[in-house]
Ligand binder design. Structure first.
Ligand code: SF4
Length: 315
């Protein structure tokens, strides 16, 4: 079936020259200002980093060792790749002095199997000096910065204790894109009090950002988090979409995004032991792509066919 949206994988293949690419997550031992007391000790109410961290990742191991073990882990499950992208995933991976960041990024890039980096971080932990350094890396290899934007609505960001507003995210995205660096965004769908209509209304705001890629996440409620407590107290504040309803919302959002933004993820998935509730019993995240293809076909819709906003200039 023809893809009616811009997929991320072909772009990554073109940018790296590799046919089979693996993303290897690493935990470089960072924390974040929303955990270490700079902004708060509580963290974002949904956050549980260990749920997303693969077993081979540990800040007690060197970056090189995590890459070696990650490659072996993925090769055993999905076969060999001809290039790896190292994903600095855990916590905020620009939240340290530049010399420490440089040493960690360079260690990853020195690994012979590594063709690029993806740096996941908060939008309030970058500055001109760090971004200028990343530009230098991006001249040698593929490098992207991914920001946790989560929502365009400041009330929602306050509610989830994000401790930055949307304007901060917008500025970070613009400053990164202005340097010619690929920029990704993470957005959570299904946060408290969000309806399908409020989420679809956010799409034109996202469309105006100079993003290269977008990752969507259906809110997953992790055990032992403030979000889990809220869900137990006030479950009616949380949408209970079926997988089909979620795909309908995604299709409407994607129609409002420009084709220049690649769609990298439709939802994340963690081991069930971390989850308080399990959305879509039996439906795996990987199945959502086929559902989206069929829904876009039914609607005779394409990414961007309802997009009337142009992203701001990258340079
Ligand atoms: S989601 Fe990111 S910024 Fe928020 S508490 Fe977790 S690591 Fe920190």
């Amino acid at each position: 079936m023809e893809r009616r949206y811009t997929a991320h994988a072909p772009r990554l293949r073109a940018a790296t020259g590799c046919r089979h690419i693996r993303k290897i997550s690493v935990d470089a031992g960072f924390t974040c200002p929303n955990r270490d007391g700079t902004l708060s000790h509580e963290g974002c109410t949904f956050c549980r980093n260990d749920a997303f961290t693969p077993a081979y990742c540990s800040a007690r191991k060197s970056i090189t060792r995590q890459i070696d073990e990650g490659m072996a882990f993925h090769a055993g499950r999905r076969g060999e790749a001809d290039g790896c992208i190292v994903y600095f995933q855990s916590y905020s991976n620009t939240y340290a002095p530049l010399d420490r960041l440089a040493s960690l990024y360079q260690e990853a890039l020195r690994h012979p199997g590594v063709v690029g980096l993806v740096i996941g971080t908060r939008p309030d932990t970058v500055d001109s000096e760090k971004l200028d350094y990343i530009v230098g890396l991006a001249r040698q290899r593929y490098v992207a910065v991914e920001y946790g934007i989560e929502s365009t609505d400041d009330d929602t960001l306050r509610l989830i204790n994000r401790r930055h507003n949307f304007l901060t995210a917008q500025r970070a995205v613009e400053q990164t894109a202005a340097r010619g660096i690929d920029v990704g965004a993470h957005l959570i769908l299904g946060l408290p009090d969000q309806s399908a209509a409020t989420l679809i209304a956010q799409a034109p705001i996202i469309a105006r950002l100079p993003l290269t890629s977008v990752k969507f996440h259906r809110l997953q409620i992790f055990r032992s988090t403030p979000m889990a407590e809220l869900w137990q107290r006030e479950p009616r504040r949380f949408a209970a979409w079926s997988a089909e309803e979620y795909i309908d919302i995604l299709a409407e959002i994607i129609r409002r995004l420009p084709p220049s933004m690649a769609i990298e993820r439709l939802s994340g998935e963690v081991p069930p032991r971390y989850l308080l509730t399990r959305p879509w019993q039996g439906v795996r995240s990987s199945e959502l792509w086929g559902m989206l293809d069929r829904r876009m076909e039914q609607l005779d819709a394409r990414q961007g066919d309802l997009c009337f906003d142009k992203p701001s200039e990258r340079r």
